[in-house]
Design a protein around this ligand. Structure first.
Ligand code: NAD
Ligand code: UDP
Length: 320
């Protein structure tokens, strides 16, 4: 076994970001325990890792207490629906995984004496009144709006993580991840990049919400994973924004996807979802200063890789 460092637990490891994290951790010589219920993840995301003796897939709902054998250095807690389509379909489950699931993941880290990383989100800033968003901003979240099941679950997770760090001595850190995209996002996941790519490749109209002037800042998944691992390896408590500071309107994203795919799809304007944030761009000064990290993949290149994966055989390893 090439076990050069201790084991890492990745909750939500069979999801989009989690599968890339597991892959990178294995490549770096870690033993990996991937704990996932497959609520929104897929076994095929990690199928190419199953042969590795250092990779262990545990099918479990983290809302119930869970355990892994042996020593654990890090618990990276990603388990949670993440796409608006998913969390609106699973509202109570989303709140439960943010509360019970995060409690169980923190308890595991406490028992094992492990570093804990919470995969929080830019959604804690809600529809932000500060732009770009710095970690010091407290956010503008509607606590009873449809998105609150996700936003407030993550805000509770942040509070719980802080309490375990300050009062129970868990070495914990909060990462606030901004919109991340790349191969292995599911077509039906509803998020903007896989939706537009799927529509462009199928020659269907690209469904732009509102007038498409709202902005997002897209970070390629390999960059996000690198930022998360650097943060986990640091001794900083966070929160730290992990995202790309290149901001695009949704209409610009649609144009880029059309251009890269060479599609003749038209644009169909659809209703803007309730409480859809108008702008979103991270201030990543803290990540740059603390971790020496900033994303390196240009959006056009990352989108091209995503298009190739969605248009081609979707071989998980081909994108490694
Ligand atoms: P994803 O849906 O692909 O992955 C989430 C994983 O968690 C899935 O494999 C799912 O099966 C698993 N899961 C959900 N509930 C569970 C439960 N109760 N027990 C065990 N496993 C469970 O989403 P993703 O985009 O990979 O997001 C991963 C994490 O990163 C999430 O916590 C999300 O909030 C956070 N995040 C992602 C983004 C992004 O743009 N992708 C942005 C901000 C934050
Ligand atoms: N969006 C869109 N068409 C779609 C899906 C999403 O215009 O088919 C918009 C959505 O309204 C939002 C942006 O794209 O303004 C990003 O949406 P996504 O669901 O990817 O992430 P989030 O809203 O959580 O940032």
């Amino acid at each position: 076994m090439r076990r050069t460092t201790g084991a890492t637990v990745v909750t939500g490891g069979a999801g989009f970001v989690g599968s890339w994290l597991c892959q990178r951790l294995l490549a770096d010589g870690h033993e990996v325990w991937c704990v996932d219920s497959l609520a929104t993840g897929r076994r095929e995301n990690v199928a190419h890792l199953l042969h590795d003796p250092c990779f262990h897939l545990v099918l479990a709902d983290v809302c119930e207490p869970f355990e892994v054998p042996g020593e654990v250095d890090q618990v990276l807690h990603l388990a949670s629906p993440a796409s608006p389509v998913h969390y609106l379909r699973m509202p109570v489950e989303t709140l439960m995984v943010g509360s019970r699931g995060t409690t169980n993941a923190l308890d595991l880290a406490e028992r094992k004496g492990a570093r804990f990383l919470l995969a929080s989100t830019s959604e804690v800033y809600g529809d932000p009144l500060e732009h770009p968003q710095r970690e010091t901003y407290w956010g503008n979240v509607n606590p009873v709006g449809p998105r609150s099941v996700y936003d407030e679950a993550k805000r509770f997770s942040e509070a719980l993580t802080t309490a375990y760090r300050d009062h129970r001595g868990v070495d914990a850190v909060i990462a606030r991840i901004f919109n991340t995209y790349g191969p292995r996002m599911a077509d039906q996941d509803g998020r903007v990049v896989p939706t537009f790519v799927h529509q462009a490749l199928a020659g269907e109209p690209l469904t732009v919400a509102g007038d498409g002037s709202q902005t997002r800042s897209l970070c390629f998944v390999e960059d996000t994973v690198d930022g998360l691992l650097r943060l986990a390896a640091s001794d900083h408590p966070g929160p730290v924004n992990i995202g790309n500071d290149r901001e695009l309107t949704v209409l610009e994203i649609a144009e880029l996807v059309r251009d890269i795919t060479g599609s003749t799809s038209t644009v169909a304007f659809i209703d803007l979802p309730t409480d859809d944030p108008k702008v979103r761009r991270p201030d990543i000064t803290r990540a740059e200063e603390l971790l020496g990290w900033r994303p390196t993949t240009p959006v056009r290149e990352g989108l091209s890789r995503t298009v190739r994966w969605m248009a081609g055989g979707r071989t998980q390893r081909a994108t490694a």
